[in-house]
Design a protein around this ligand. Structure first.
Ligand code: URA
Length: 435
């Protein structure tokens, strides 16, 4: 078999067989197929597309390109949640303790932020001493003993995807449905959970700007999960404006803590309850959405979810007491207000622009090597639909550098569209894909 022939076949509109996809993925992972041939193949796929069979073979070949995590030492059902990424998305921080407090084992692999979207690992590192760089043995022990653990992606997990993603990132081949679905699902399948709840974002801050694309991606991923024998569903949620009010690592941790005390923003709380209820339902801990939601609320009311977060942070080397003393989280030295330029309503809040404003403060990564400032970020005080008078505060920036604050201020101001039309704030949950 020759890679040249496979590129030609795909370029000419053909469908690759399982053997051909295996040859390509295994050869590329072993360094036998050079980047330039794989880049040509990715571009051919981008133009021609892949059918369902091909996408499934690509997913399984990438999942099996490295270690398939064996979680059989955890006897009960293991659940994982994955978000396709957004701005202010601190869902795992609140959701995982709530679900774990209901008795579902959470075994989760998370990533770092890149570009305008944040990552769970960075957020968790706001807890002094916390580490996700733990061995698989410790990960399994923590899931068994604490009920939840979050680790960084190991080098051995789906290495083909890691190499391929880096290539796609620089060859304008990220935004293809089959490639995104196989990339995400290869990692989820290799990470070993029995229940996979996907949070597929749509809107200006998401990969999938259009709802129909988000639904199509969700259907594709659910199909891949089910094909591999995992209980999988996808919730489609809004990312046309940031989730909750806080954007920035330590500020988001604080908001997640507030949510576990029952004082979270409406949209964020609703998303956590919906995703969490699905996790309980698929794990057999609830028989309906309503029962699931009620059980989750109970963990907030009686403090079990907050205690679970503290226990989890402590078990991974962090200062768990911070959960009860959020003032110990990293704090920026300066603040700057963003004021409304006119009377009216917030008609739009351009989501990725808010993410970029946080990035400009130093809260995100321009490149994989960037060091981020955990203390900086944005607290939004008005979101879509809110009435505002000229000179009233729209948001408060937290930063450590006056120049960065100034750049972020201008960017964030540009993200707010103030006009005379009062738009209703839309629902955060846009749909569910079960099969
Ligand atoms: N996230 C991934 O892990 N892979 C993609 O291709 C896109 C988003």
């Amino acid at each position: 078999m020759r890679m040249y022939d496979l590129i030609m076949k795909k370029r000419n509109g053909g469908a690759l067989t399982r053997q051909e996809i295996r040859f390509m993925v295994e050869g590329f992972t072993a360094g036998k197929i050079p980047d330039y041939q794989m880049s040509a193949m990715m571009m051919a796929i981008w133009f021609v597309g892949m059918n369902e069979e091909e996408t499934l073979h690509l997913t399984m070949a990438m999942a099996e390109s490295g270690e398939m995590l064996d979680l059989s030492a955890i006897r009960e059902t293991k659940a994982d949640k994955h978000s396709t990424g957004g701005v202010g998305d601190k869902t795992s921080l609140a959701l995982a303790p709530m679900v774990a407090a209901c008795g579902v084992k959470i075994a989760k692999m998370s990533g770092r932020g890149l570009g305008h979207t944040g990552g769970t690992i960075d957020k968790l590192e706001s807890f002094e001493g916390f580490s996700t760089d733990i061995s698989t043995e410790r990960f399994i022990r923590n899931v068994n003993e604490v009920g939840m653990s979050i680790m960084g992606q190991t080098r051995e997990l789906a290495p083909a995807d890691k190499l391929l993603y880096a290539l796609r990132d620089v060859t304008a081949t990220v935004d293809n449905m089959s490639l995104i679905a196989s990339s995400i699902m290869s990692k989820k399948l290799a990470a070993g959970a029995d229940v996979i709840v996907l949070d597929v974002k749509t809107g200006s801050g998401a990969f999938m700007k259009k709802q129909e694309d988000a639904f199509a991606l969700a259907r594709e991923m659910v199909r891949l999960g089910k094909n591999a024998g995992r209980k999988t569903i996808a919730v489609i949620s809004d990312m046309d404006q940031p989730l909750g009010n806080a954007v920035g690592n330590a500020l988001e941790v604080k908001e997640a803590i507030e949510t576990l005390k029952g004082r979270g923003p409406r949209d964020f709380t609703e998303l956590c309850l919906t995703l969490g209820a699905w996790m309980l339902l698929l794990s057999g801990k609830a028989s309906s959405q309503e029962e699931g939601r009620e059980k989750l609320w109970e963990t907030i009311r009686d403090g079990r979810a907050l205690a679970k977060l503290a226990e989890f942070v402590t078990a991974q080397g962090g200062d768990g007491e911070t959960v009860y003393h959020p003032e110990r989280l990293p704090q920026a030295s300066l603040t700057r207000e963003v004021l409304s330029p006119a009377d009216g309503y917030v008609e739009r809040l351009i989501c990725d622009e808010v993410g970029i404003a946080s990035l400009l403060l130093g809260g995100g990564r321009e490149t994989r090597e960037s060091v981020i400032d955990l203390s900086v970020g944005i607290l939004l005080e008005r979101k879509v639909g809110a009435a505002v008078k000229k000179g009233q505060r729209l948001a408060l920036l937290h930063g450590n550098d006056p120049e960065k604050l100034s750049a972020a201020h201008d960017r964030l101001l540009g993200a707010f569209q103030i006009g005379s039309m009062q738009r209703q704030e839309g629902p955060v949950i846009l749909g569910v894909v079960e099969d």
